[in-house]
Write a protein that binds this ligand. Structure first.
Ligand code: GDP
Ligand code: IMO
Ligand code: MG
Length: 432
């Protein structure tokens, strides 16, 4: 398989993990390149359902190295709990020791990052972002402010002590005087680091440079994204976004192998749209139709359990995601969820309610989104169970028409169609 990146192309939860897990069967090396345990990734394999947060979705296979890359943020105790959860479902500890690798350059989420995330959200009140409270924003803030600890720091007592001496006085001032939160002693931070070192030690790949040369030169690589383009810190619905870059460009940075290693970029779209947390969502359906999508689609968050907001497919933001996400093809998921809808709508433009202006380019200032209403085109539903369709030809005519129209609107091919959560419920339109 060509080196492939799989990213979410909407607001996250598009079913990326299912697609990553499937494509992982054809890859040698799978690497997550951004985000942390804010992600909630569901893989259904051999009748069992697994929930991943930070562990790459290829981990269920034998003989595939799965790496948590340099662009990720790690809260080691969350990772520990995630590993234990999967072990309790029958995957051995040895399997993780053999196949799970962590980049020494990944950034650590400390307890104080969680404290700050919680504080920031409550201080914002009704303007909150609706974060997962996993400390993601505060950790990336420290990374870019050049005062974060990285995984490798845990393994050098002398430099760790020096770094804490540099970081902690500043961090404590921030905790006390900006956030009115409890400061930490050096002993507390060292104790936290000792615990984290113990958790991460079996997985940290100190030989990563040589290994990546080998993968880059000889192996097939799958880059796994979390979140989605519309949650990207530069291109998403800022400030209602996450703090990393879930685009194919983000993969070039966060996986330590550069842009030219990537040969194919698959954007995963749901056949409709969902969003958790706050922020603009022009095609949101706050009505019975939205409720129907939620209940048939099982639209509840894997990480926080929150009900996902639901709406129709928005071709304006989707076309934008093709551009800024750097996509070369589409995987369309959850088409089966639309089986019982008589009519299916797609937003093909926005109308400015104040000025009457019709907008076809995605308006990036989301504070203006309340001014826009979607202009829909309506497609006739197929009113058939498609969850057992194995080929494109078997799909009902109206489903084919819907797919063809989405391809036309997005300007790239739909090469994978998902008609259910299981691996088998997948149609590969164009095999690699
Ligand atoms: P991710 O974060 O993008 O990996 O997606 P999530 O795992 O958060 O949410 C996707 C949900 O949809 C999971 O419960 C999947 O098992 C499920 N799913 C994935 N593809 C399909 C599909 O084609 N049809 C249906 N009905 N469910 C799907
Ligand atoms: P996966 O990988 C859906 C959302 C949060 C919030 C915003 C910022 O499963 O698609 P953060 O905790 O990252 O600072 O929260 O981003 N968010 C997600 N929404 N799926 C995710 O991941 C998400 N990760 C973060 O709900 O709106
Ligand atoms: Mg998810």
């Amino acid at each position: 398989m060509k080196n492939t990146v799989v990213i979410g192309a909407q607001f996250g939860d598009e079913g990326k993990a299912k697609i990553t897990d499937l494509l992982a069967s054809k890859a040698d090396f799978i690497t997550r390149f951004q985000g942390g345990s804010n992600a909630g990734h569901t893989v259904v394999a051999n009748g069992k359902k697994y929930a991943f947060h930070l562990i790459p979705s290829g981990i269920l296979y034998e003989n595939k190295i799965c790496m948590i890359g340099a662009g990720c943020v790690i809260k080691p105790d969350d990772l520990y709990n995630e590993i234990q959860g999967i072990i309790s479902q029958g995957v051995s500890e040895e399997h993780f020791k053999k196949y799970l690798k962590i980049s020494p350059l990944a950034t650590l989420t400390m307890k104080y990052h969680i404290d700050i995330d919680g504080y920031s959200e409550s201080a914002l009140g009704s303007n909150k972002i609706g974060t997962t409270k996993k400390g993601i924003g505060p950790t990336y803030t420290d990374k870019y402010n050049r005062c974060a600890l990285r995984v490798e720091d845990l393994f050098n007592d002398e430099t760790l002590s020096k770094k804490i001496d540099i970081i902690l006085p500043k961090k404590n001032k921030e905790l006390e005087f900006v956030y009115n939160l409890k400061p930490y002693t050096k002993e507390e931070i060292l104790a936290e680091c000792t615990e984290y070192k113990k958790i991460l030690a079996p997985y940290v790949d100190f030989n990563w440079q040589e290994n990546l040369w080998n993968y880059k030169n000889n192996k097939s690589i799958l880059f796994e994204g979390a979140q989605g383009v519309m949650l990207d810190v530069d291109y998403g619905t800022y400030p209602y976004v996450t703090s990393s870059s879930p685009t194919s460009g983000g993969a070039a940075v966060g996986a330590s192998m550069g842009a030219l290693t990537i040969e194919r970029a698959i954007g995963v779209f749901k056949a409709y749209m969902t969003r958790v947390g706050e922020g603009a969502f022009v095609t949101e359906l706050d009505n019975e139709t939205g409720e129907k999508l939620r209940s048939i689609g099982g639209e509840f968050g894997v990480t926080t359990g929150r009900a996902r907001r639901c709406g129709w497919f928005d071709a304006i933001s989707a076309k934008y995601a093709v551009l800024v996400g750097g996509l070369s093809e589409v995987a369309l998921t959850k088409l089966d969820v639309l089986d019982s809808f008589e009519e299916i709508k797609v937003a093909i433009a926005y109308k400015n309610k104040k000025t009457g202006e019709i907008v076809k380019n995605y308006p990036t200032n989301v504070f203006t989104h309340a001014d826009f209403e979607p202009i829909y085109e309506t497609h006739q539903g197929w009113l058939k169970d498609i969850s057992k369709c194995k080929t494109y030809e078997e799909l009902p005519q109206n489903a084919k028409k819907y797919l063809a129209r989405l391809e036309e609107l997005l300007g790239i091919k739909i090469t994978i169609i998902s008609v259910g959560p299981d691996r088998e419920q997948t149609i590969f339109v164009e095999e690699d």
